[in-house]
Design a binder for this molecule. Structure first.
Ligand code: FMN
Length: 186
């Protein structure tokens, strides 16, 4: 296997580990969308799944959150992860999809811990002004309806490790023939 292919396989393994091993250094992603005013908006989300063929990163969010409306309007999304222990940054670009298939949504929902499912019981809209001191209304029976499962299908990625001297930087791009990668100047 060529060096770039081997390296890419090790990246996919890292993303599988990040999505499955609690506390993994790469499990918190910074996801950037195009805001509805045309400017960039970024926020942290937990990487919940990594799948192959095509390679995609998945995260959970509230269906009424701003990012869902932004992805509906413009599916171009970038993401970064940083593993502090390994001084390692991964950057991703691709196309996000709000998964509509209920069976797939349900499988993802069932993998959430109870405290994560709890984030969806409120009937209030995230980001709306908090105008009352009364407790907000909850409905656990409809929580699943407010759960959105987002898949970011990758078109390019970049690996940057600052733990080596010199630093190591690789770029990969998905072409019609498959993933193509090269080492670049850090
Ligand atoms: C450590 C951490 C993890 C988070 N994980 C998620 C997540 O998995 N999904 C999510 O929707 N928001 C998550 N958030 C909250 C988001 O960063 C953001 O504040 C929220 O989703 C609203 O973003 P939006 O207005 O751009 O939609 C997390 C925040 C922190 C600090």
């Amino acid at each position: 296997m060529a060096e770039a292919d081997e390296f890419l396989e090790s990246i996919w393994q890292s993303m599988t580990d990040a999505a499955t091993l609690p506390g993994h250094g790469l499990s918190l992603m910074n996801v950037a969308t195009i805001g509805r005013n045309g400017g960039p908006r970024a926020r942290s989300v937990i990487l919940r799944d990594f799948a192959r063929s095509p390679e995609r990163l998945c995260f959970a969010t509230h269906a009424l959150s701003e990012k869902v409306a932004e992805i509906r309007a413009n599916s171009a999304v970038a993401a970064t992860c940083y593993d502090r222990k390994r001084s390692l940054q991964l950057r991703f670009e691709g196309t996000a999809t709000i998964i509509a298939d209920d069976a797939e949504r349900w499988r993802a929902w069932q993998r959430l811990a109870p405290h994560s499912q709890q984030q969806y019981v409120s009937l209030a809209t995230p980001g709306a002004p908090l105008t009352t001191h009364e407790p907000l209304e909850d409905d656990a029976s409809t929580a699943f309806q407010r759960f959105a499962w987002i898949s970011l299908e990758l078109r390019s990625l970049e690996w940057l490790a600052l733990s080596t001297a010199p630093h190591t930087r690789w770029q990969f791009e998905l072409l019609s023939s498959g993933w193509n990668g090269q080492r670049v100047i850090p």
